[in-house]
Design a protein around this ligand. Structure first.
Ligand code: ADP
Ligand code: ADP
Length: 223
């Protein structure tokens, strides 16, 4: 589903953020990407979502080699990979459902079909009844769930989220993780970057850890 081979990444002429990264994620896996702030977790996710190109090495996503086709891969990746970045990029000039409708409009879906799908996505993240609220009227946890609804409304095979529980209280964080678990249970390959070790410890599973330029894969050796 995702394969990195000898991947290096630096920004401009800076040092390598990621150096010789090799791993494979199989369909349906639930994987945490951990490490201290600044380690390169966001960078790793952006390489998977095609939002940044690697400096060297190959990246395969959902059967396609994406590192060699920068511009051309984007429309494909937008459908294959749902992305929840740290600043959620919600639009505050429209209500919740219109935020979720946006990717469907971009995909050119008929309006009635799009509306049904958007409502289903909102329901899956537990926000039924809040369709008409402006995101500004929602709590941090609700906004995060809205961002998840928008990311999954195109039914991507892969979901990547960058620190989705940052700035949330424990109860809201737990709810967010449950939402990801639900999508993972129905087959969505899920990668979540987090520096919250306590949170991750509660959800046993594979962890890719980046620390001081080194890479540890708990599937290969105990982390
Ligand atoms: P994390 O998500 O683990 O906090 P990041 O991937 O955001 O780490 O950042 C890793 C390093 O790359 C940091 O030193 C950061 O400053 C640097 N970095 C991230 N994005 C850029 C960019 N667009 N240009 C230059 N440096 C960047
Ligand atoms: P840009 O024009 O800034 O290169 P786009 O117009 O393609 O980027 O994307 C607009 C916003 O949507 C950006 O903030 C980007 O991070 C985000 N984005 C890109 N791909 C996805 C995706 N597959 N799922 C969710 N958000 C995405």
């Amino acid at each position: 589903m995702i394969e990195f081979q000898h991947v290096f990444k630096s920004y401009g002429r800076s040092r390598n953020i990621l150096a010789d990264i090799n791993f494979r994620v199989e369909p349906g896996e639930f994987v945490f990407v951990s490490g201290p702030s600044g380690a390169g977790k966001s960078t790793l996710l952006k390489l998977i979502g095609g939002l940044e190109p690697p400096s060297r090495g190959s990246v395969h996503v959902n059967g396609h080699r994406i590192d060699k086709m920068p511009g051309r891969a984007r429309p494909y990746l937008r459908r294959a990979v749902g992305v929840i970045l740290q600043d959620m990029h919600l639009l505050y000039d429209r209500n919740a459902i219109d935020n979720v409708l946006l990717p469907l409009a971009v995909a050119g879906l008929e309006r009635r079909v799009a509306a049904t799908r958007a409502r289903a996505a909102i329901e899956k993240v537990g926000l039924s009844g809040k369709e008409d609220l402006n995101p500004i009227e929602m709590s941090g946890g609700e906004q995060q769930r809205l961002a998840i609804a928008r990311a999954i409304v195109n039914r991507p095979a892969i979901l990547i989220a960058d620190e989705p529980t940052a700035n949330l209280d424990e109860e809201s964080a737990r709810k967010i993780l449950e939402v990801f678990r639900d999508f993972n249970r129905v087959g969505v390959t899920t990668l979540i970057a987090s520096h919250d070790r306590a949170l991750m410890a509660r959800y046993a599973g594979r962890t890719l850890r980046i620390e001081a330029g080194r890479f540890f894969d708990s599937a290969g050796a105990p982390a």
